[in-house]
Ligand binder design. Structure first.
Ligand code: FES
Length: 136
């Protein structure tokens, strides 16, 4: 039974997480661990024409962390990577309608994992260009 201090939207995302699967061949992967509790979120992105064409997550975490990761995937899907990189923890929490008191730290994981996935995508692109001998 989930804590009653969670709002309906958080409970919905925790109970029916969106896009919760390991992507087979992502263009970028980010993983972040919360210091202290050890909860962890993985974000996977596929990118086409610099837009996030697919996004998914996996989480080992509390209801807040799972709800934030699920919400984030809905917010970032279809965004240009530059736009997605501007999604912050507070945007995710706002979109969820807030988290219970004392759970703010649980939101500081999904957006960071997305940012790491975008960085991974960018670095892979640079490595591909370097490997092919292409010049800027
Ligand atoms: Fe660890 Fe919520 S208790 S992320």
């Amino acid at each position: 039974m989930i804590d009653e201090s969670y709002n309906e939207k958080v409970i919905d995302h925790f109970s029916n997480p969106r896009r919760c699967f390991a992507m087979a061949a992502p263009h970028g992967t980010g993983v972040v661990t919360v210091p202290g509790c050890g909860d962890k979120v993985w974000i996977y992105i596929a990118v086409e024409n610099e837009c996030i064409s697919d996004i998914s997550f996996q989480a080992y975490g509390c209801p807040s962390a799972i709800a934030c990761a699920s919400m984030l995937t809905e917010m970032a899907q279809g965004n240009h990577v530059d736009e997605a990189a501007q999604i912050l923890d507070e945007h995710v929490v706002d979109e969820l309608g807030g988290l219970p008191e004392g759970k703010a730290h649980c939101s500081a994981i999904a957006a960071r994992a997305l940012h790491e996935a975008i960085m991974d995508y960018v670095v892979r692109g640079i490595e591909r260009k370097a490997g092919s001998g292409a010049k800027e």
